[in-house]
Write a protein that binds this ligand. Sequence first.
Ligand SMILES: NC(=O)c1ccc[n+]([C@@H]2O[C@H](COP(=O)([O-])OP(=O)(O)OC[C@H]3O[C@@H](n4cnc5c(N)ncnc54)[C@H](O)[C@@H]3O)[C@@H](O)[C@H]2O)c1
Length: 343
Amino acid sequence: MGRVHARAARMAGATIAGVAGSRLEKAQQAGLGAAKAFASADELIESGEIDLVHICAPNHLHAPFALKALSAGLAVICEKPLATDAASAALMAERAAEAGLVATVPFVYRFHAMVREARQRIARGDVGRISLIQGSYLQDWLLRPDDDNWRVDAELGGPSRTFADIGSHWCDLAEFVTADRITGVCAQVAVVQPARGSTSPVVTEDVATVQFRTASGAVGTLATSQVSPGRKNRLFLEVSGTEASLAFDQEQPELLWVGDRGGSRTLMRDPTILSAAARPYSPLPAGHPQGYHDCFDAFVADTYAALRGEHRDGLPVFADGARAAAICEAVLTSARTGRWTEC
Ligand SMILES: NC(=O)c1ccc[n+]([C@@H]2O[C@H](COP(=O)([O-])OP(=O)(O)OC[C@H]3O[C@@H](n4cnc5c(N)ncnc54)[C@H](O)[C@@H]3O)[C@@H](O)[C@H]2O)c1
Protein backbone atom coordinates (compact mmCIF):
# COMPACT_ATOMS: atom_id res chain seq x y z
CA MET A 1 0.00 0.00 0.00
CA GLY A 2 3.01 2.28 0.45
CA ARG A 3 3.20 2.70 -3.34
CA VAL A 4 -0.50 3.53 -3.63
CA HIS A 5 -0.19 6.11 -0.83
CA ALA A 6 3.00 7.63 -2.26
CA ARG A 7 1.48 7.99 -5.72
CA ALA A 8 -1.66 9.64 -4.32
CA ALA A 9 0.41 11.95 -2.10
CA ARG A 10 2.43 13.12 -5.10
CA MET A 11 -0.75 13.58 -7.15
CA ALA A 12 -2.04 15.84 -4.35
CA GLY A 13 1.11 17.93 -4.58
CA ALA A 14 2.96 16.61 -1.53
CA THR A 15 6.69 16.16 -1.24
CA ILE A 16 7.52 12.75 0.17
CA ALA A 17 10.01 13.96 2.74
CA GLY A 18 10.94 10.57 4.15
CA VAL A 19 10.16 6.89 4.30
CA ALA A 20 10.67 4.26 7.01
CA GLY A 21 10.40 0.49 6.71
CA SER A 22 11.06 -2.50 8.93
CA ARG A 23 14.80 -1.76 8.53
CA LEU A 24 16.88 1.07 7.08
CA GLU A 25 17.81 -1.02 4.00
CA LYS A 26 14.13 -1.70 3.28
CA ALA A 27 13.39 2.01 3.48
CA GLN A 28 16.32 2.74 1.16
CA GLN A 29 14.99 0.20 -1.35
CA ALA A 30 11.36 1.26 -1.05
CA GLY A 31 11.40 3.10 -4.37
CA LEU A 32 8.75 5.59 -3.29
CA GLY A 33 10.68 8.64 -4.47
CA ALA A 34 11.22 9.84 -0.92
CA ALA A 35 13.83 12.52 -0.24
CA LYS A 36 15.25 10.52 2.66
CA ALA A 37 15.20 7.05 4.26
CA PHE A 38 14.85 6.86 8.04
CA ALA A 39 16.13 3.98 10.16
CA SER A 40 12.76 3.55 11.87
CA ALA A 41 9.23 4.94 12.01
CA ASP A 42 10.05 6.49 15.40
CA GLU A 43 12.96 8.40 13.88
CA LEU A 44 10.75 9.61 11.04
CA ILE A 45 8.04 10.80 13.46
CA GLU A 46 10.56 12.57 15.70
CA SER A 47 12.51 14.17 12.82
CA GLY A 48 10.61 17.47 12.73
CA GLU A 49 10.69 17.16 8.93
CA ILE A 50 7.20 15.74 8.42
CA ASP A 51 3.69 17.33 8.43
CA LEU A 52 1.63 14.20 7.88
CA VAL A 53 2.46 10.52 8.32
CA HIS A 54 0.98 7.77 6.14
CA ILE A 55 0.92 4.53 8.17
CA CYS A 56 0.87 1.55 5.78
CA ALA A 57 2.57 -1.01 8.01
CA PRO A 58 1.06 -4.28 9.32
CA ASN A 59 -1.99 -3.87 11.56
CA HIS A 60 -0.35 -4.34 14.99
CA LEU A 61 1.83 -1.27 14.33
CA HIS A 62 -1.03 1.12 13.53
CA ALA A 63 -1.90 2.07 17.12
CA PRO A 64 1.66 2.64 18.43
CA PHE A 65 2.75 4.58 15.33
CA ALA A 66 -0.41 6.69 15.13
CA LEU A 67 -0.45 7.54 18.85
CA LYS A 68 3.20 8.55 18.67
CA ALA A 69 2.59 10.71 15.59
CA LEU A 70 -0.42 12.41 17.17
CA SER A 71 1.61 13.13 20.34
CA ALA A 72 4.25 14.73 18.12
CA GLY A 73 1.54 17.00 16.66
CA LEU A 74 1.50 15.33 13.24
CA ALA A 75 -1.52 14.71 11.06
CA VAL A 76 -2.00 11.02 10.23
CA ILE A 77 -3.44 8.80 7.54
CA CYS A 78 -3.58 5.35 9.11
CA GLU A 79 -4.57 2.23 7.21
CA LYS A 80 -7.48 0.05 8.19
CA PRO A 81 -8.11 -1.76 10.44
CA LEU A 82 -7.33 1.27 12.58
CA ALA A 83 -6.20 -1.00 15.41
CA THR A 84 -6.36 -4.69 16.25
CA ASP A 85 -8.78 -4.09 19.14
CA ALA A 86 -11.68 -1.71 19.62
CA ALA A 87 -10.32 -0.02 22.77
CA SER A 88 -7.07 1.02 21.06
CA ALA A 89 -9.00 2.32 18.04
CA ALA A 90 -11.29 4.33 20.33
CA LEU A 91 -8.25 5.78 22.13
CA MET A 92 -6.71 6.81 18.79
CA ALA A 93 -9.94 8.56 17.79
CA GLU A 94 -10.07 10.30 21.17
CA ARG A 95 -6.43 11.49 20.95
CA ALA A 96 -6.94 12.79 17.39
CA ALA A 97 -10.05 14.71 18.44
CA GLU A 98 -8.37 16.13 21.58
CA ALA A 99 -5.35 17.26 19.56
CA GLY A 100 -7.54 18.72 16.80
CA LEU A 101 -5.35 17.00 14.21
CA VAL A 102 -6.40 15.67 10.82
CA ALA A 103 -6.48 11.88 11.22
CA THR A 104 -8.09 9.83 8.47
CA VAL A 105 -8.52 6.16 7.48
CA PRO A 106 -8.45 4.95 3.85
CA PHE A 107 -12.01 3.67 3.58
CA VAL A 108 -11.48 4.66 -0.01
CA TYR A 109 -14.53 3.08 -1.63
CA ARG A 110 -16.42 6.09 -0.28
CA PHE A 111 -14.63 8.05 -3.01
CA HIS A 112 -16.14 6.31 -6.02
CA ALA A 113 -18.48 8.73 -7.79
CA MET A 114 -21.28 6.14 -7.99
CA VAL A 115 -21.05 5.54 -4.23
CA ARG A 116 -21.53 9.29 -3.68
CA GLU A 117 -24.46 9.15 -6.12
CA ALA A 118 -26.07 6.28 -4.19
CA ARG A 119 -25.59 8.14 -0.91
CA GLN A 120 -27.12 11.29 -2.32
CA ARG A 121 -30.13 9.42 -3.75
CA ILE A 122 -30.77 7.73 -0.39
CA ALA A 123 -30.40 11.05 1.47
CA ARG A 124 -32.95 12.75 -0.78
CA GLY A 125 -35.46 9.93 -0.22
CA ASP A 126 -35.39 8.07 -3.56
CA VAL A 127 -35.16 4.69 -1.82
CA GLY A 128 -37.85 5.44 0.79
CA ARG A 129 -37.59 3.84 4.23
CA ILE A 130 -34.63 1.43 4.15
CA SER A 131 -35.70 -2.16 4.88
CA LEU A 132 -32.78 -4.37 3.86
CA ILE A 133 -29.02 -3.82 3.51
CA GLN A 134 -27.12 -6.80 2.15
CA GLY A 135 -24.00 -7.80 0.33
CA SER A 136 -20.64 -9.43 0.46
CA TYR A 137 -16.93 -8.87 0.17
CA LEU A 138 -15.24 -11.86 -1.43
CA GLN A 139 -11.61 -12.56 -2.39
CA ASP A 140 -9.61 -15.71 -3.20
CA TRP A 141 -5.99 -14.73 -2.58
CA LEU A 142 -5.78 -16.93 0.57
CA LEU A 143 -7.59 -19.91 -0.97
CA ARG A 144 -4.83 -22.52 -0.78
CA PRO A 145 -2.91 -23.85 2.24
CA ASP A 146 0.34 -22.48 0.77
CA ASP A 147 -1.14 -18.97 0.46
CA ASP A 148 0.31 -17.06 3.40
CA ASN A 149 0.65 -13.52 4.70
CA TRP A 150 1.40 -11.71 7.96
CA ARG A 151 -2.40 -11.16 8.29
CA VAL A 152 -2.77 -14.89 9.11
CA ASP A 153 -0.74 -14.41 12.31
CA ALA A 154 -3.03 -12.95 14.99
CA GLU A 155 -0.05 -11.25 16.67
CA LEU A 156 0.54 -9.13 13.56
CA GLY A 157 -2.85 -8.93 11.90
CA GLY A 158 -5.06 -9.03 14.98
CA PRO A 159 -7.60 -11.60 16.21
CA SER A 160 -9.85 -11.08 13.18
CA ARG A 161 -8.42 -11.46 9.71
CA THR A 162 -11.06 -11.52 6.98
CA PHE A 163 -13.61 -9.39 8.78
CA ALA A 164 -11.07 -6.81 10.00
CA ASP A 165 -9.35 -6.70 6.62
CA ILE A 166 -12.35 -6.41 4.28
CA GLY A 167 -15.53 -6.60 6.39
CA SER A 168 -14.42 -3.28 7.92
CA HIS A 169 -14.54 -1.69 4.44
CA TRP A 170 -18.02 -3.07 3.78
CA CYS A 171 -19.49 -1.93 7.11
CA ASP A 172 -18.03 1.54 6.66
CA LEU A 173 -19.44 1.76 3.15
CA ALA A 174 -22.88 0.50 4.21
CA GLU A 175 -23.10 3.00 7.07
CA PHE A 176 -21.74 5.81 4.89
CA VAL A 177 -24.15 5.23 2.00
CA THR A 178 -27.24 4.72 4.16
CA ALA A 179 -26.40 7.17 7.01
CA ASP A 180 -27.73 4.34 9.18
CA ARG A 181 -25.84 2.54 11.92
CA ILE A 182 -25.32 -1.17 12.56
CA THR A 183 -26.44 -1.65 16.17
CA GLY A 184 -26.30 -5.41 16.68
CA VAL A 185 -24.72 -8.42 15.00
CA CYS A 186 -25.14 -12.20 15.03
CA ALA A 187 -22.08 -13.75 13.41
CA GLN A 188 -20.39 -16.99 12.42
CA VAL A 189 -16.73 -17.34 11.50
CA ALA A 190 -14.81 -20.31 10.12
CA VAL A 191 -11.24 -21.30 9.39
CA VAL A 192 -11.09 -23.15 6.05
CA GLN A 193 -7.33 -23.78 5.94
CA PRO A 194 -6.22 -24.88 9.43
CA ALA A 195 -2.49 -24.59 8.63
CA ARG A 196 -0.65 -22.01 6.53
CA GLY A 197 3.13 -21.59 6.34
CA SER A 198 4.51 -21.62 9.85
CA THR A 199 1.08 -20.97 11.42
CA SER A 200 -0.70 -24.05 12.73
CA PRO A 201 -3.37 -24.05 13.90
CA VAL A 202 -4.63 -20.93 12.11
CA VAL A 203 -6.96 -19.07 14.46
CA THR A 204 -7.91 -16.09 12.28
CA GLU A 205 -11.04 -16.61 10.18
CA ASP A 206 -11.09 -17.25 6.43
CA VAL A 207 -14.83 -16.57 6.18
CA ALA A 208 -17.35 -14.67 8.27
CA THR A 209 -21.09 -14.23 7.89
CA VAL A 210 -23.04 -11.61 9.78
CA GLN A 211 -26.71 -10.87 10.28
CA PHE A 212 -27.27 -7.38 11.59
CA ARG A 213 -29.87 -4.81 12.53
CA THR A 214 -29.63 -1.05 12.28
CA ALA A 215 -30.65 2.01 14.27
CA SER A 216 -33.43 2.81 11.78
CA GLY A 217 -34.90 -0.70 12.08
CA ALA A 218 -33.52 -2.18 8.87
CA VAL A 219 -32.10 -5.71 8.80
CA GLY A 220 -29.08 -6.93 6.88
CA THR A 221 -26.67 -9.69 5.99
CA LEU A 222 -23.01 -9.68 5.00
CA ALA A 223 -20.70 -12.50 3.83
CA THR A 224 -16.94 -11.95 3.79
CA SER A 225 -14.36 -14.40 2.50
CA GLN A 226 -10.73 -14.60 1.43
CA VAL A 227 -11.19 -18.13 0.07
CA SER A 228 -13.93 -17.76 -2.59
CA PRO A 229 -12.45 -19.10 -5.85
CA GLY A 230 -12.58 -16.63 -8.71
CA ARG A 231 -13.59 -13.65 -6.59
CA LYS A 232 -10.76 -11.10 -6.50
CA ASN A 233 -12.06 -8.03 -4.72
CA ARG A 234 -15.80 -8.31 -5.05
CA LEU A 235 -17.38 -5.84 -2.66
CA PHE A 236 -21.11 -5.81 -3.37
CA LEU A 237 -23.63 -3.63 -1.52
CA GLU A 238 -27.36 -3.50 -2.15
CA VAL A 239 -29.81 -1.29 -0.28
CA SER A 240 -33.57 -1.84 -0.58
CA GLY A 241 -36.24 0.52 0.67
CA THR A 242 -39.97 0.99 0.39
CA GLU A 243 -39.58 2.81 -2.95
CA ALA A 244 -36.45 1.58 -4.71
CA SER A 245 -33.24 -0.43 -4.49
CA LEU A 246 -29.66 0.59 -5.30
CA ALA A 247 -26.69 -1.73 -5.85
CA PHE A 248 -22.96 -1.06 -6.19
CA ASP A 249 -20.23 -3.54 -7.15
CA GLN A 250 -16.67 -2.34 -6.47
CA GLU A 251 -15.36 -4.35 -9.44
CA GLN A 252 -17.70 -2.33 -11.71
CA PRO A 253 -17.29 1.07 -10.04
CA GLU A 254 -18.53 3.03 -13.04
CA LEU A 255 -22.02 1.57 -12.59
CA LEU A 256 -24.92 1.94 -10.16
CA TRP A 257 -27.95 -0.36 -10.46
CA VAL A 258 -31.28 1.28 -9.66
CA GLY A 259 -34.50 -0.73 -9.41
CA ASP A 260 -38.15 -0.14 -8.55
CA ARG A 261 -41.47 -1.91 -9.19
CA GLY A 262 -41.59 -0.35 -12.65
CA GLY A 263 -38.29 -1.87 -13.74
CA SER A 264 -34.58 -1.41 -13.32
CA ARG A 265 -31.66 0.22 -15.08
CA THR A 266 -27.93 0.54 -14.70
CA LEU A 267 -26.59 4.08 -14.59
CA MET A 268 -23.13 4.70 -15.98
CA ARG A 269 -20.98 7.38 -14.38
CA ASP A 270 -21.48 10.57 -16.34
CA PRO A 271 -20.63 13.93 -14.75
CA THR A 272 -23.39 15.59 -16.76
CA ILE A 273 -26.12 13.58 -14.98
CA LEU A 274 -24.57 13.02 -11.55
CA SER A 275 -25.75 14.89 -8.46
CA ALA A 276 -23.65 17.81 -7.22
CA ALA A 277 -22.39 15.61 -4.35
CA ALA A 278 -20.96 13.01 -6.75
CA ARG A 279 -19.57 15.32 -9.42
CA PRO A 280 -16.31 16.27 -7.65
CA TYR A 281 -15.41 12.56 -7.65
CA SER A 282 -16.02 12.27 -11.38
CA PRO A 283 -13.14 14.23 -12.96
CA LEU A 284 -13.14 12.26 -16.24
CA PRO A 285 -15.88 12.46 -18.88
CA ALA A 286 -18.28 9.51 -19.24
CA GLY A 287 -16.83 6.48 -21.00
CA HIS A 288 -13.30 7.06 -19.73
CA PRO A 289 -13.26 4.56 -16.86
CA GLN A 290 -12.16 5.59 -13.38
CA GLY A 291 -11.01 3.04 -10.82
CA TYR A 292 -9.24 2.26 -7.56
CA HIS A 293 -6.37 4.71 -8.04
CA ASP A 294 -8.85 7.52 -8.69
CA CYS A 295 -10.78 6.90 -5.49
CA PHE A 296 -7.55 6.55 -3.50
CA ASP A 297 -6.17 9.77 -4.99
CA ALA A 298 -9.42 11.57 -4.14
CA PHE A 299 -9.25 10.34 -0.54
CA VAL A 300 -5.67 11.58 -0.10
CA ALA A 301 -6.43 14.88 -1.86
CA ASP A 302 -9.40 15.45 0.49
CA THR A 303 -7.25 14.62 3.52
CA TYR A 304 -4.65 17.15 2.41
CA ALA A 305 -7.40 19.72 1.81
CA ALA A 306 -8.54 19.15 5.41
CA LEU A 307 -4.93 19.75 6.47
CA ARG A 308 -5.16 23.17 4.80
CA GLY A 309 -8.30 23.84 6.83
CA GLU A 310 -10.77 23.19 4.01
CA HIS A 311 -13.96 21.20 4.61
CA ARG A 312 -14.48 18.01 2.62
CA ASP A 313 -17.70 16.04 2.95
CA GLY A 314 -17.49 12.35 3.77
CA LEU A 315 -13.85 12.18 4.84
CA PRO A 316 -13.36 8.93 6.84
CA VAL A 317 -11.73 9.94 10.12
CA PHE A 318 -10.37 7.98 13.08
CA ALA A 319 -13.85 7.91 14.66
CA ASP A 320 -15.01 5.95 11.59
CA GLY A 321 -12.06 3.59 11.96
CA ALA A 322 -12.95 3.10 15.63
CA ARG A 323 -16.55 2.41 14.63
CA ALA A 324 -15.43 -0.36 12.23
CA ALA A 325 -13.17 -1.80 14.95
CA ALA A 326 -16.12 -1.90 17.39
CA ILE A 327 -18.27 -3.77 14.84
CA CYS A 328 -15.39 -6.17 14.21
CA GLU A 329 -15.01 -6.90 17.91
CA ALA A 330 -18.78 -7.46 18.22
CA VAL A 331 -18.60 -9.92 15.31
CA LEU A 332 -15.88 -11.95 17.05
CA THR A 333 -17.77 -11.86 20.37
CA SER A 334 -21.00 -12.97 18.71
CA ALA A 335 -19.26 -15.78 16.84
CA ARG A 336 -17.65 -16.97 20.08
CA THR A 337 -20.78 -16.79 22.26
CA GLY A 338 -23.41 -17.64 19.65
CA ARG A 339 -25.41 -14.58 20.77
CA TRP A 340 -26.53 -11.30 19.26
CA THR A 341 -24.01 -8.64 20.31
CA GLU A 342 -24.55 -4.88 20.45
CA CYS A 343 -22.12 -2.54 18.71
N1 LIG B 1 -7.31 0.81 2.24
C1 LIG B 1 -7.10 -0.18 1.42
O1 LIG B 1 -7.76 -0.27 0.37
C2 LIG B 1 -6.06 -1.22 1.76
C3 LIG B 1 -5.70 -2.19 0.82
C4 LIG B 1 -4.70 -3.09 1.15
C5 LIG B 1 -4.09 -3.03 2.39
N2 LIG B 1 -4.48 -2.10 3.29
C6 LIG B 1 -3.83 -2.00 4.62
O2 LIG B 1 -2.50 -1.52 4.44
C7 LIG B 1 -1.65 -2.08 5.44
C8 LIG B 1 -0.45 -2.71 4.75
O3 LIG B 1 -0.90 -3.77 3.96
P1 LIG B 1 -0.04 -4.30 2.70
O4 LIG B 1 -0.88 -5.29 2.01
O5 LIG B 1 0.52 -3.17 1.94
O6 LIG B 1 1.13 -5.07 3.48
P2 LIG B 1 2.63 -5.36 2.98
O7 LIG B 1 3.11 -6.52 3.77
O8 LIG B 1 2.67 -5.44 1.50
O9 LIG B 1 3.40 -4.04 3.41
C9 LIG B 1 3.68 -3.75 4.75
C10 LIG B 1 4.89 -2.87 4.79
O10 LIG B 1 5.14 -2.50 6.15
C11 LIG B 1 6.57 -2.51 6.34
N3 LIG B 1 6.88 -2.66 7.76
C12 LIG B 1 6.90 -3.79 8.50
N4 LIG B 1 7.33 -3.53 9.76
C13 LIG B 1 7.56 -2.19 9.82
C14 LIG B 1 8.04 -1.31 10.82
N5 LIG B 1 8.32 -1.76 12.05
N6 LIG B 1 8.16 0.00 10.52
C15 LIG B 1 7.87 0.47 9.28
N7 LIG B 1 7.42 -0.33 8.27
C16 LIG B 1 7.28 -1.64 8.54
C17 LIG B 1 7.03 -3.68 5.50
O11 LIG B 1 8.40 -3.58 5.20
C18 LIG B 1 6.15 -3.53 4.25
O12 LIG B 1 6.77 -2.67 3.33
C19 LIG B 1 -2.50 -3.07 6.24
O13 LIG B 1 -2.88 -2.51 7.44
C20 LIG B 1 -3.70 -3.32 5.34
O14 LIG B 1 -4.88 -3.62 6.07
C21 LIG B 1 -5.43 -1.19 2.97
